[in-house]
Design a protein around this ligand. Sequence first.
Ligand SMILES: *Cc1c(COP(=O)(O)O)cnc(C)c1O
Length: 402
Amino acid sequence: MSDQPLEAPWLRRATIDLGAYRANLRHLQEVVAPAELMAIVKADAYGHGAVPIAHAAAEAGVEWLGVLELANAHELRAAGVSLNLFAWQYAPTETFERAVSERIDLGISTLAQLDAVATAVTSVARAAAPDAGEGTPVDLPGLVHLSLDTGLHRDGATSDEWEAIVTRAVELASRGILRLRGVYSHLAEASDEEDTDAAVALTEAVGRAAELGARFERRHLTASSAGMERPELRLDMVRMGSNTYGIPVTDGVSAADRGLVPVMTLSARVARVKRIAAGTGVSYDYTWRAPQETTVALVPIGYADGIPRASQLGVGDVGAVGAVGASVALGGKRYPIVGRVAMDQFLIDVGDDAVAVGDEVTLFGTGAGGELTVGEWADLIGTIGEELCCDIGARVPRVYVP
Ligand SMILES: *Cc1c(COP(=O)(O)O)cnc(C)c1O
């Protein structure tokens, strides 16, 4: 992804409002206090650009970033980000040396991962001080957060595996090789009752771990949804992604209802304008034909940039998917996407309005210019705002408003 100055000539771009991001973070920190807020910046900060977003998070006073992968953690360290960085998805052959050297916090859900971290700690210590004897305290212990599966059936340790993993972690911690920085799980968000059961399972597992001698520095469980709706489940830290980008996650709740502002505005400039006769088909397969004489405008952004084909206004053979379709804003007015969304472009029907080449089209944003928010666009086509933001391609330059 390329960053681009605001004033450069442009065809399509995603404007990232870092002030809105910082304001969202400050608001969310107040909401979840006294719990801490971990800002999730995985997937290149949900398509917003991890490095500028991480620096903005630091400015807003956040102390924890969730990165998912070690490659992202290393990228942020290289960019000078000194916050706590939490990773939790690894290659099966991961060796963790660099993670230990760079003080990355590690979500751990298997004995094999725990042992690999311990081996890495020893090897980093030996490289730093080859003459140190057995039992010399290490400068860089592994920073681990044990992960428990409380029902999502993804990466956490099962309750059968829990005792063995905790026992090993306690032993390594007693030798100074690890710090038990946290214990955590992730909710399925299928129902309040099931989330409550998951929280109880985590609490019980922490109790069993305490009997085995484990004292964790913090417990974390909730993300954007339960972190907002279920204060009693916040524990010591809440991991939020969607909310921080102003993407509401609860049905029927807008960002504004939550005191949040959408951070990404996606726009493009009209590339051609054509007058067409009634009955004229446009774009591939002629899935839309003009009901009367009208003007269509070409918007140069397509599915290669992350605009789903399902965004078009559905007519004839399109069927249920895209039956409503998304619309874009131009000059404060909404216009529907007509015909197939192609790889690099789509058309909008602007009727008899005077639209010119170079006019700015907003696909989604805050709504202030009459455009849809990303959450509204997603609702219309049966997906979620996070998916749309994450899919905005590398061909769309990100432009940062400081
Ligand atoms: C992605 C993720 C989050 C953040 O989820 P949001 O719903 O975007 O807030 C939190 N925790 C884990 C483990 C995740 O994978």
